[in-house]
Design a protein around this ligand. Structure first.
Ligand code: NAD
Length: 361
């Protein structure tokens, strides 16, 4: 299969972790007889420095022509001035809008080898296998807002949703639940928020078409509690943008480290293979505190590359091969610093990538 992948390495540890994922994808291409072309483009702080824009037109055009996009992370203290005309995060929000990526999928599966790396008790964590789906292009991050000026003391953000925005993401979550264990929890705050009451009404309508699913509607504050008390009882969880942002970070801690977890952002634009032109990235940020030290954990990005093969190219065998290779490296007791237990030997970013490639062979 001939595949065109845009790589947005971004800032901080972004270039370090994407380099390892590209290395692994090249090994997969060699093993399975595919031809993967990687097109490096600018987004985020590095794009502001080079072009003055966090999302140059050339990047948007390249992403629109690609089969899939692999992203590292953007941002860092250098671009943190709130008064700046452009910020790295703007580029990220804008590319999600440009590619109409309305659903962010974060699988949270605890690797048994890492159970002691979590701050939660073993008995709470056993059996955790979640898929959290966050709505990505609506809600308070995109609704009308007022920024308090230098002398202002009033500001607001508007959590705005349309029926269609809710319908498409809940439907995607329902389809995912059908393929998993048949359970879906829809999160809202319908006891207080008008947008949540619309969310619950539309979700109820959509989910009526899936009578075989076990459905529950859970208030977001209750879900924050359930996720650390009984996470293994959930299968697929779907939430609007802001609630999903918070809950996905909370859920990530079940897996021990931010560095381990992949994500996929999917929408309705199809690529040359008639599959969603998704964007794939680790859930962590640019980690400026460890950037340039070659100690970042590349496994979240490598597992994101596996999701890319699965969702944008339909290459299930190749995706599973990467996931198995990662598990086997962990079985060998090899760890980066963020997931190491006291006394364990740790390796850096590049060696971790090399070991995954070696297991693929
Ligand atoms: P972060 O995820 O970058 O880092 C949080 C902590 O986790 C840090 O201690 C970091 O060293 C550690 N960490 C993160 N990834 C790791 C990895 N792969 N291996 C080992 N340790 C890892 O979050 P932050 O510090 O809140 O944000 C830093 C910057 O990243 C900010 O500018 C923020 O806006 C940006 N950010 C970007 C994205 C994105 O591009 N999608 C997401 C979140 C934050």
């Amino acid at each position: 299969m001939n595949v065109n992948i845009v790589v947005l390495a971004g800032d901080g540890i972004g270039p370090e972790v994407t380099a390892e994922a590209v290395k692994v994808l090249n090994a997969v291409a060699g093993n399975f007889g595919h031809s993967f072309t990687f097109d490096a483009q600018l987004m985020g702080g590095c794009a502001i420095d080079a072009t003055g824009s966090s999302l140059p037109d050339a990047t948007v055009a390249a992403c629109r022509a690609a089969d899939a996009v692999l992203l590292g992370a953007v941002g860092g203290p250098k671009w943190d001035n709130p008064q700046a005309a452009d910020r790295p995060e703007r580029g990220l929000l804008a590319i999600r809008k440009e590619l109409n990526l309305f659903a962010n999928l974060r699988p949270v599966k605890l690797q048994p080898q890492l159970i002691d790396a979590s701050t939660l008790k073993r008995e709470v964590l056993e059996g955790v296998d979640l898929l959290v789906i966050r709505e990505l292009t609506g809600g308070a991050y995109f609704g009308p807002r007022k920024e308090a000026g230098p002398d202002g003391d009033e500001a607001y953000d508007t959590m705005l949703y349309t029926r269609e925005e809710i319908r498409r993401v809940v439907k995607l979550a329902a389809e995912a639940a059908v393929l998993r264990r048949g359970k879906l929890a829809s999160v809202d705050k319908a006891n207080v928020l008008a947008s949540s009451r619309l969310w619950r009404r539309v979700a109820t309508e959509v989910l009526a078409e899936y009578p075989a699913l076990h459905v529950e509607h859970v208030l977001v504050d209750a879900m924050a509690m359930h996720l650390i008390r009984r996470p293994a009882t959930f299968d697929v969880i779907v939430a609007e943008n802001l609630f999903g942002d918070i809950l996905t970070d909370e859920a990530s801690m079940l897996a021990g480290s931010m560095g381990m977890l992949p994500s996929a952002s999917l929408g309705d634009q199809l690529n040359a293979h008639h599959l969603p032109r998704g964007m794939y990235e680790p859930i962590h940020g640019s980690a400026p505190d460890i950037a340039g030290k070659s100690i970042a954990n590349p496994l979240g990005t490598i597992l994101s590359a596996a999701m890319l093969l699965r969702h944008s190219l339909g290459l299930e065998t190749e995706a599973a091969a990467i996931e198995t290779a990662v598990e086997r490296v962990l079985d060998d007791g090899v760890r980066t610093g963020d997931i190491a237990q006291p006394g364990m030997e740790t390796v850096g970013t590049v060696i971790m990538g090399d070991l995954v490639v070696a297991k693929l062979r």
